[in-house]
Structure formats: C-alpha cells, structure tokens
Design a binder for this molecule. Structure first.
Ligand code: NDP
Length: 489
C-alpha cells in the first residue's frame, strides 16, 4: 500500500524585478526654493540625505536658519499681498490642475525618488503615494472657485501665510495634503519637509516652476526640527499646519497659545483593528496585513493593535502567521517587495527598543524566517501575542512593522479596549453584520472608522484625530475650513 504524504506547501519563487533609477537625475547639492528661485542658505549649513536601504548618501541639502526662514516668509507674504489672495478661484484652480497633471506625467520619477529617499516599497510609492498626491491637487482644484458655496451662509476668505511642517512617512503625499487646500483657498505657503526625506519636495519645486506658479506662492525650506521650530514661531506666519509626533505637536500648541495663529495638528496613533468571529477571516487577514505592514508600519493611522474575538483567535493567528511568512522584505526598489527599509537609524533604534520591551514585559514574539539585507536599516515584520493593555507595546506608538495582539469576548469589551488609548486617529471593524459596524462606529473614539477594509484614503474624505491624535481635518470639504476665515454674509 502506498503511504499518503502531506503535499508540500505551495511556494512561489520571485525573480528580482528592480525598478530602474535612470529616470531620476539628482543634483549633488540642493539650495532652498524661495520666491521662485533656488537660493544658497544664508545659514551656510547643509546636511546629507541618505538612502535608508543602502546607507549611501543621495545628496547634500541646505539647512535653513532664522534668516532663511524669514526670507521665505517674506516672499510668501509678498506673493499673498501681491495678487494670489485676490486671484479669482477659477484662476487658482488652473494652477492646481496643472500641478496635478504634471505630477501624473512625472509620477514614475517621483515614485522612484520617494523610494530612494524614504525606503518605502516602489509598488507603494508608485500605486499609492503618487496617484493620491495628484488626486489631492485635482480635488482641491475643483473647490477653488466654489468656496462661497462650501459653507452655507458664510463668506470664505483666505488666512494669509501658512507655515506647514510635514513628516517623513509620506513625504510627497503629505506635501499634497498640505499644499492643495492652502493654495485652493488663496493662501501662500512656506513648507518644511522632514530632515530625512527632503528630495521629493525639492523635485516638486520644478513642477511648480513648470506650472508657472507665481513666485513666492510656495516656498520650500529644508532643515531639521530647529528649522521647523523657527517657521512655526515666525511672527509673519498666520496659520500653522503640522503633521508629526504628539510630543512635538504638544510643544507647538503650547507655543502658539495666545498668538492668534490658527493651528491644525495631525499627530500619532495606536489604532485598533477589531476582528469579530463572524468576519470573513481571510479577508480580515489581508486587512490586518495592510493595516500594519503597509509602509513598514510608518503610518500614523496604522492598525498596530489587533483585537481579535477570543473564539477565533487561535485560528485567526495561525492564518496571520502563515501570511506573514510570505511577505517579502528587502530592496524597496524591487517591485516584489512588500516591506522595505526603516526610514532612519534613529527610527530603527526606537523600534528595536520597543520590541525589546515587549519581550521583557512577557509578550510572545513571532517573526518569520526572512533574511534581512546586510546593509541598510531593516526590521523583520513582528507579531506579539499575549499582550496586555499595560505593556508598552500596547500603549506607545512604535511606528514600525510591529503588531500587538489582544483578545476580547464581547462587543462592549472590544470598544473599551479599542478606546483605551490617549490617541484617536483611526480604527477598523471586521464583521459581516452591518448593524454591528454602525454600533461600533458610534462608540469608537477615532477620526476614521474603516469597516471590512483598512488604510483606504480618498481626497474627498476628511481625515484627522481625536484626543492626542490632534485636531482639524484634512481632505474633502472639511479640509478647506482650516485655511479659511469664514465670515457671516
Ligand atoms: P517629529 O514630530 O519630530 O517630526 C515631524 C516634523 O516636524 C519633521 O519635519 C520635523 O523635522 C519637524 N519638527 C521636529 N521638531 C520640531 C519643532 N520643535 N517645531 C517644529 N517642527 C519640528 O517626528 P520624528 O521624525 O522625530 O518621529 C518621531 C516619532 O513621531 C515617530 O516614531 C512616530 O511615532 C511619530 N511620527 C508620527 C507621524 C504621524 O504621521 N503622525 C509622522 C512622523 C513621526 P525633522 O524631520 O528635521 O526632525
């Protein structure tokens, strides 16, 4: 009699499919883009920007000091008073449309540069960051001539000069989230990209030039946190929009209190992704994977806490671990890569420290047997089970590819555990019952609640936080309000 053996698990071998970098031409050094021109930094200071996947230097970038920021704010004020404020909305819209079209035309170049400078997989920068960035400009181009209809009984006026500080996790997309509504509403801007990812914002300057945007309407000042602090504190700035860590956001809010400057903050998160026993479990596994391993978990709304109903927890976690084993970690320029490089050595150290705390505090760690590249900053996708609410990995934003799993028995307990965080940016609910989705959404204290999906972004949909995740909304009609004075008609 022939003995029956288990069939070998089906595996697929992937040949490397590396995106060419020929489409990108980098300069050795970049100045500041102020008043529609490239200028040398008065500070005399520069800093290198590094490819996190190889640790090679990509370029040297100017570090704007007080005098540089002052020049940029002065240029933005001149452009505001000199015509941008009074330009009819239909004319502003034309610039926004042009920017959107130019971004579409050059999207491969931008996507490759985003991946080189930031470490995210090319398939994400190509299929998510760039299309969404262009979509934001298109969306707000459509609003530019309809502002008086957007808020019933109110007349919409621009605020003035906006100082915008953005982070490194979605450099180009965050620039679009900030610039598109500000320009559509008639404001001018000084934008400060993150220290580790300045290059796509600097490339955007060439798009703004090609779109014939009047000089000074957008100014781009690169630098580190100190440059951001100078911009935020500059007396010529009327409105501050900040996306980044909760610590820095709190500092900015304290500093701006009483100054009359308008402020919006989009800060950290520790979102719950909640899986009920009646959910389509295979679909939920994909949603959990997308929720935490998209962009290496460098996502403020990442589903970093999985709450799974106790009755299906073992079964669900088996499937999740098997799926994790198939994720491909490595070269971000390879089109097969699912998890790319960690953005900086500093961020990798932070992730490692928090992962070590999870092990020390008694949670059980699972990592697939993946081989990490020798060079560059990489971290294996990680799942912690046996996590309790008091563990640091359940409370603190790790901002890396690390999932903490907790279980629950009843919907009330799921809500209680999901809301047991100082943050409130997003949440996910997986269940086949529509009534349960609505019941949960009413009780979850999160700016966005996704149902049977996760990390879905659309320019028409407002995004923003509760509690320590910040305030103000970006996207959609709501995203216009932070850039407008709304006067009674
Ligand atoms: P930061 O909040 O320090 O950085 C965000 C942006 O603010 C960057 O452009 C930064 O410049 C700038 N900045 C820093 N300090 C100041 C200041 N005092 N005044 C004005 N601007 C300032 O985040 P980190 O890069 O240090 O990341 C730390 C943690 O923050 C991450 O581990 C993650 O938990 C969280 N984070 C959350 C993000 C989100 O989207 N909610 C995005 C990024 C980080 P520079 O880059 O030069 O420091």
């Amino acid at each position: 009699m022939t003995e029956l053996t288990e069939p070998a698990p089906f595996t697929l071998e992937y040949a490397p499919s590396k995106e060419s970098t020929a489409v990108v031409s980098l300069r050795d050094e970049y100045g500041l883009w102020i008043g529609g021109e490239w200028v040398e930094p008065r500070s005399g200071n520069t800093f290198p920007t590094i490819n996190p996947a190889t640790e090679d230097q990509l370029a040297v970038v100017a570090e704007a000091g007080e005098e540089d920021v002052d020049l940029a704010v002065t240029a933005a004020r001149k452009a505001y008073d000199g015509g941008w404020r009074d330009l009819p909305g239909r004319e502003r819209a034309k610039y926004l449309y042009r920017i959107a079209r130019l971004l579409q035309e050059r999207s491969r170049e931008f996507a490759v540069l985003e991946t080189l400078d930031g470490g995210k997989p090319i398939k994400e920068s190509r299929d998510v960051d760039l299309p969404l960035a262009a979509a934001h400009f298109f969306h707000y181009a459509g609003w530019a001539d309809k502002l008086d209809y957007a808020f019933a009984g109110r007349r919409a006026r621009p605020i003035g000069v906006a100082g915008q500080v953005i982070p490194w996790n979605f450099p180009m997309l965050m620039a679009a989230w900030k610039l598109a509504p500000a320009l559509a509403t008639g404001n001018t801007v000084v934008l400060k990209p993150a220290e580790t990812t300045p290059l796509t914002a600097l490339l955007l300057a060439s798009v703004l030039e090609d779109a014939d945007l009047p000089p000074g309407v957008v100014n781009i000042v690169t630098g580190a946190g100190a440059t951001g602090a100078v911009l935020v504190g500059h007396p010529g700035v009327d409105k501050v929009a900040f996306t980044g860590s909760t610590d820095v956001g709190k500092r900015i809010q304290t500093e701006l209190a009483g100054t009359g400057k308008r402020l919006t903050l989009e800060l950290g998160g520790k979102a719950a992704n909640i899986v009920f026993e009646d959910a389509a479990l295979d679909q939920a596994v994909e949603g959990v994977v997308n929720g935490i391993w998209f962009n290496q978990g460098h996502v403020c709304c990442a589903g970093s806490r999985l709450l799974v109903q106790e009755t299906v927890a073992d079964h669900f976690l088996d499937r999740l671990r098997s799926r994790l084993d198939t994720l491909r970690v490595g070269d971000p320029l390879d089109k097969n890569t699912d998890v790319g490089a960690i953005n900086s050595q500093k961020q990798l150290d932070k992730i490692r420290e928090l992962v070590a705390s999870g092990v020390d505090e008694g949670a059980e760690i699972y990592q697939p047997a993946c081989v990490l590249p020798d060079k560059g900053w990489f971290h294996a996708p990680t799942i912690f089970t046996g996590v309790s609410a008091s563990h640091r990995i359940a409370r603190e934003e790790i901002f890396g590819p690390v999932l903490s799993v907790l279980t629950f028995r009843t919907p009330d307990e799921a809500v209680e555990k999901a809301n047991n965080t100082p943050y409130g940016l997003s949440a996910g609910v997986w269940t086949e019952k529509g009534s349960r989705i609505l019941w949960m959404a009413e009780r979850l204290r999160a700016g966005v609640v996704w149902a049977n999906t996760f990390n879905q972004f659309d320019p028409t949909s407002p995004f923003g936080g509760y509690k320590e995740s910040g305030f103000g909304r970006e996207g959609g009609r709501h995203g216009l309000a932070p850039y407008l004075e709304l006067e009674p008609v």
